[in-house]
Design a protein around this ligand. Structure first.
Ligand code: ADP
Ligand code: TZD
Ligand code: MG
Length: 593
């Protein structure tokens, strides 16, 4: 293991840094905790930090910037955390979120938990207060036992007490985040650690460059044979691609599997674009039909959670009508909801390659009765949608507005689409075709609001590509203050706020007549003015044509832009597409006098 690589650049870093920790009254050079953390991250190819400064990590951010890292300071830790999480998804390297103690840590924790839930690799690094005082509960500045609180919400949690352990701790954190099923890791760095000094040479030697952080996990040959036997017997086979397949970056292999097998596929939302949504084998526009009718379903990096109706119930047709094959790196995922007749445990690249090898030259494409039925249904559904998308009315409905954005992504397939909201999310997912892998970033497994601006910032920083964030007005509000961050770093982000005056609809009223209804906002708000406040471009639009024009201008200029798109407040439905999960009261009570 090369434990000294990078020590030359380490030296240079110390020379340009502010001098903290480099004490001249010692014969040998010294290094402190601040610099060891930075060197450990850099040694492992981590270039970006997303965070909010303050005690005790202010200097860490400063020194990291001086050392050439990109340090993106946010207005709230949750958004920095979301940025780190999606950086992890996009790059397969753990995204780093840096926060202060207790409240900053807690603000970042939602993002850490969300990253773990979504299998995105990230490391939340939080400063913490004095252990001696915290453990005796004597009321230190921002006192909290952060390690204990983080533990149940992430894959692994570590605390470092000695500067000499920083290297090994960072290595463990990286490995824990990206190996096996990826997820969130917490690294607790008490304030005292940062100013601890040690001999610089010993410090450099204590750093660990992680070798093969996410080792390939090969499937057992018998698992491949079993899976292929089940697949060969299928009359109505289906492939479901999940965001694990997008994360795996085995794009060629996945495409080959789909095309060589001839099996129709449906992408989960963040797997859209792994193959272009316009691909002839895409059954996305006939999703209900294929889930119900398929007899064998091959899951590739997709869990049978609520998003797939747990693999049972009326979505999936008659009980017992399905056989599931599942490719996943996490063995415990198998049989989580229904029986998996052919579990294939391993990394997607290795598993798909093994399946392709096993398929041989004489693979039979699925029966045409199946593929024809799907094509017919697709054409029918797409034709129904096409007419709705052309509506050029004011105020716009969702379809009219999304029709315009659909064309924009078609013409600019390398743009990254960030999407959150209810109607704004569900309809955009169905309407906007994606053409390239990892270009659609959304609310994921939890359906969480608030990922918007954090994801947009990281998408721009990590890829340098233009970002189009399509946001419900409620969804946008969760992270809206980060428009300042977007302006400050001058990022090529175009935000479109679908402004329907509220959550789902803008038409609710308070039955007592006292207050606004619980789901509505200030009518006719001008979110575009928020962007102008920070020097960005704000545009107010009421028709799909105006919307197209404004988005194209934003994308051409690369300037931070917010477009306030007026949507008919009555156009949406409660909870978007998942109204069935929303309990509503049927009990009528007497009015309070
Ligand atoms: P979706 O929401 O798109 O259906 P999920 O988040 O439910 O996707 O599922 C993603 C799955 O992918 C997880 O079960 C995770 O363990 C798995 N996964 C992530 N990375 C890999 C990989 N490199 N190889 C195999 N499986 C992976
Ligand atoms: N809080 C968090 C963190 N996540 C959530 N998902 C919710 C609350 C509940 N919620 C939804 O599930 S969607 C949504 C909320 C508040 C906002 C929907 O309104 P919108 O979208 O304006 O973003 P549409 O287009 O008006 O439906
Ligand atoms: Mg709304």
């Amino acid at each position: 293991m090369d434990r000294t690589a990078g020590s030359e650049s380490t030296q240079a870093v110390h020379d340009v840094a502010t001098g903290v920790g480099v004490t001249s009254d010692h014969a040998g050079e010294q290094i402190d905790g601040f610099h060891l953390v930075i060197d450990a991250l850099k040694l492992n190819g981590i270039d970006n930090i997303y965070g909010v400064p303050g005690i005790p990590i202010t200097d860490l951010g400063r020194l990291a910037q001086a050392a050439g890292m990109r340090v993106i300071s946010f207005r709230h830790e949750q958004h920095a955390g979301n940025a780190a999480a999606i950086a992890g998804f996009l790059t397969k390297k753990p995204g780093i979120c840096l926060t202060v103690s207790a409240p900053g840590f807690l603000n970042g924790l939602t993002a850490l938990a969300n990253a773990t839930t979504n299998c995105f690799p990230m490391i939340l690094i939080s400063g913490s207060s004095e252990r001696e005082i915290v453990d005796l509960q004597q009321g230190d500045y921002e006192e909290m036992d952060q390690l204990a609180i983080a533990k149940p919400l992430c894959k692994a949690a570590f605390r470092v007490l000695h500067a000499a352990d920083i290297g090994i701790a960072v290595a463990r954190a990286i490995r824990a985040a990206v190996s096996g099923r990826p997820g969130g890791v917490y690294l607790d760095l008490p304030a005292k650690l940062f100013s601890q000094v040690m001999d610089a040479e010993a410090g450099a030697k204590s750093l660990v460059k992680v070798i093969d952080a996410a080792p390939a996990q090969l499937p057992a040959p018998s698992a491949i044979t079993r899976a292929l036997d089940v697949l060969k017997g299928a009359k109505r086979p289906l492939i479901v691609l999940g965001k694990g397949a997008a994360y795996a970056q085995a794009d060629e292999e996945v495409r080959n599997l789909v095309e060589r097998s001839g099996i129709p596929y449906v992408p989960m939302s963040m797997a859209k674009g792994l193959l272009p949504d316009t691909h002839p084998q895409s059954a996305g526009a006939a999703r209900s039909l294929v889930l119900k009718e398929a007899d064998v379903v091959l899951l590739v990096g997709a869990r049978l959670n609520w998003l797939l109706s747990h693999g049972k119930g009326k979505t999936w047709g008659a009980p017992g009508s399905k056989k599931f094959i599942q490719i996943d790196i996490e063995p415990k995922e198998m049989d989580s909801n229904v029986e998996i007749v052919a579990p294939v445990v391993g990394d997607i690249g290795s598993c798909v390659t093994a399946l392709l090898d096993g398929m041989g030259q004489n693979w039979q494409a699925p029966p045409t009765a199946w593929t024809d039925a799907i094509r017919t249904k697709k054409e029918e559904n797409l034709a129904k949608m096409a007419s709705k998308l052309k509506k050029n009315s004011a105020p716009m409905d969702f379809h009219g507005a999304l029709g315009a954005l659909r064309t924009i992504i078609k013409e600019r397939p390398d743009a990254i689409l960030v999407n959150e909201g209810a109607n704004t999310l569900d309809l955009a997912r169905g309407i906007i075709d994606m053409y390239q892998p990892r270009k659609r970033l959304d609310v994921g497994t939890w359906g969480i609001m608030g990922i918007g601006m954090g994801f947009a910032v990281a998408a721009a920083v990590e890829t340098g590509k233009p970002v189009l964030a399509v946001e419900g007005d409620s969804a946008f509000g969760f992270s809206g203050m980060e428009v300042e961050t977007i302006c400050r770093y001058d990022l090529p982000v175009c935000i479109v706020v679908f402004n329907n005056n509220g959550i789902y609809r803008g038409t609710d009223t308070d039955p007592t007549g006292r207050d606004p209804g619980t789901t509505v906002f200030v009518k006719d708000s001008r979110y575009d003015k928020m962007m102008e406040a920070f020097g960005g471009v704000g545009v107010h639009v009421t028709t799909p044509d105006e919307l197209s024009q404004a988005v194209n201008a934003a994308m051409d200029s690369g300037k931070p832009t917010l477009i306030n798109a007026v949507i008919d407040p009555a156009a949406g439905t409660e909870s978007g597409n998942i109204g069935s999960l929303n309990p509503t009261s049927t009990v009528v009570r007497k009015k309070i006098a």
